[in-house]
Design a protein around this ligand. Structure first.
Ligand code: BES
Ligand code: MN
Ligand code: ZN
Length: 495
């Protein structure tokens, strides 16, 4: 994909379907770029007060004697309040408008943020690009879609008003977006297709495309031999065997620094014998969103050639029902040796993550571990659909992740690893029970995981809310969002 190119001056631009001109808006819209002679042609909607410049507002007009026959005025909202995220939202709104109208070749005048001094020009370009890229994605399985409903993806966007030396930066934005699309596709695809074996195969294919990524697959036999008791227990009810996938990218071989990213890879979560009711199971093909995110982050690291060492570890199972399913009340040995009593088979994520975390600590010499998991409904109750919960045993890691959250726009909020609640996980018959109680469900889930990381700096991101969208909004699509990929890439880039 090469979506973006750049020209420095308005006069140098080539023909396109449409010209996009940015405006700040408060009381009176104000041009956000110097437009020269063009300015006069855009007067009427401003004078007639038909356009206000509000964030994401779009006004269409025809042009004469220009390289484009059409023009839109795009509102960016108040100049003083501009952020990378407000630019993302405005340009995503524009992208969707153009897709509906089948304008696929755009000349986009960049807002002149340099003069504002509240944002680096690179950050501005990043916001604009991400708005376009994150919105320029569709996924469906309709065979008979009505013509007018069809969205035509944008094909060529020329950014006007920036030196062409920005090109490598633009290409990097596209590579990151492709990793987000990778995650979205994998989440959206049928669970019948995306089985643990399919995830493993996908990882292997990635290795072929990026030789700097080394993939290792632990199949069921190997998991049995090595004693991954909890992954095996959860996987027992499905004819799709469990796997553990490891994808290693060593971009800085001289350094010992090593980030391990663990992603929950439940390819479908029926709840197991503690079956989920109707209304709660329909979206559970998304229960491997953590896996998709960490795999996407490793792909992006390799594609960008980041000078970091990073490994994705993905325990993958289907939590299904049959005569062989693992059972509530029974206890199973974990890879760490600790035994776990099953209070509820629907609390399966923490079980497979526990084995993956122990494995990572024992065999990968991690400097830090970050796990991403659609772990609890409780975090959705607490933080809603947009914000992921973060529980971590280390303040430095916390600060760095919050910084990455701020600059990627992927929302994180720290929740406490409140120690006294550990007693809620006590079992009469085993070392631990896999559920606490009704209260503080997201925290007890995190406390369960903490039992398996020892003293390693670790952060747990419960992405059950933002991983999967029930409706499209701003630059977030409906269904698979690919949440976490940009957050992790931003984090790794700043290590
Ligand atoms: N995959 C679910 C959590 C989930 C819920 C993700 C909603 C996305 C949207 C997880 O495996 C689960 O079922 N958790 C249970 C835990 C409970 C049994 C302690 C839950 O949250 O209800
Ligand atoms: Mn579950
Ligand atoms: Zn689950």
């Amino acid at each position: 994909m090469t979506l973006f190119s750049a020209v420095a001056q308005l006069e140098k631009r080539k023909e396109a379907d449409i010209l996009v001109v940015p405006f700040w808006g408060k009381n009176k819209p104000k041009s956000a770029a110097s437009l020269g002679s063009l300015e006069n042609k855009l007067r009427s909607p401003l004078d007639m007060k038909d356009f206000h410049g509000k964030e994401g507002e779009i006004f269409f007009l025809y042009l004469q004697g220009e390289k484009e026959k059409r023009c839109v005025l795009l509102g960016l909202g108040e100049e003083e309040k501009v952020t990378c995220d407000s630019l993302r939202r405005a340009y995503a709104a524009l992208a969707k408008y153009c897709q509906k109208k089948s304008f696929i070749h755009l000349n986009v005048v960049l807002p002149n943020i340099v003069e504002l001094r509240r944002m680096q020009s690179e950050e501005c370009v990043k916001g604009v690009c991400e708005g376009f890229l994150l919105a320029n994605y569709t996924w469906h399985r309709k065979t008979d879609q009505e013509k007018e409903e069809e969205t035509t993806l944008l094909k060529q966007i020329t950014l006007v008003g920036i030196l062409p030396k920005i090109q490598p930066f633009l290409e990097r934005q596209e590579l990151i977006a492709e990793s987000v699309y990778f995650a979205r596709d994998l989440i959206n695809e049928n669970a019948d297709m995306v089985t643990p074996a399919h995830l493993a195969q996908t990882a292997q294919k990635i290795s072929e495309r990026f030789p700097s990524i080394k993939t290792t697959i632990f199949d069921k036999k190997r998991l049995e031999k090595d004693g991954f008791g909890l992954i095996l227990a959860v996987g027992r009810g499905s004819s799709n065997d469990p796997v553990l996938i490891q994808m290693k990218y060593e971009g800085h071989p001289k350094s010992k620094d090593h980030t391990v990213l663990v992603g929950k890879g439940v390819t479908f979560d029926t709840g197991g014998l503690n079956l989920k009711p109707t209304g709660f199971m329909e979206t559970m093909r998304s229960d491997m969103s953590g896996a998709a995110a960490v795999m996407g982050a490793v792909i992006a690291s390799a594609a960008l050639g980041l000078k970091v060492n990073v490994t994705a570890v993905v325990p993958s199972v289907e939590n299904a029902i049959d005569g062989n399913s693992f059972k509530p009340g029974d206890s199973y040995p974990s890879y760490s040796g600790k035994t776990v009593e099953i209070g509820n088979t629907d609390a399966e994520g923490r079980l497979i993550l526990a084995d993956a975390l122990t494995y990572s600590c024992l065999h990968l010499s991690p400097t830090r571990i970050i796990d991403l998991a659609t772990l609890t409904g409780a975090i959705v109750v607490a933080l809603g659909d947009d914000v992921a919960g973060m529980m971590t045993n280390q303040d430095v890691l916390c600060a760095k992740l919050l910084e990455a959250s701020e600059s990627s726009g992927e929302q994180l909020w720290r929740m406490p690893l409140y120690k006294p609640y550990k007693q809620l996980l006590k079992s009469d018959s085993a070392d631990l029970k896999n559920i606490g109680g009704k209260a503080a469900g997201a925290i007890t889930a995190a406390l369960f995981l903490q039992e398996f990381v020892g003293e390693v700096p670790w952060a747990h991101l419960d992405i059950a809310g933002p991983a999967f969208g029930s409706k499209e909004h701003d630059y977030h699509p409906k269904n698979g969002v690919g949440f976490g990929v940009r957050l992790l890439v931003d984090f790794l880039q700043k290590l």
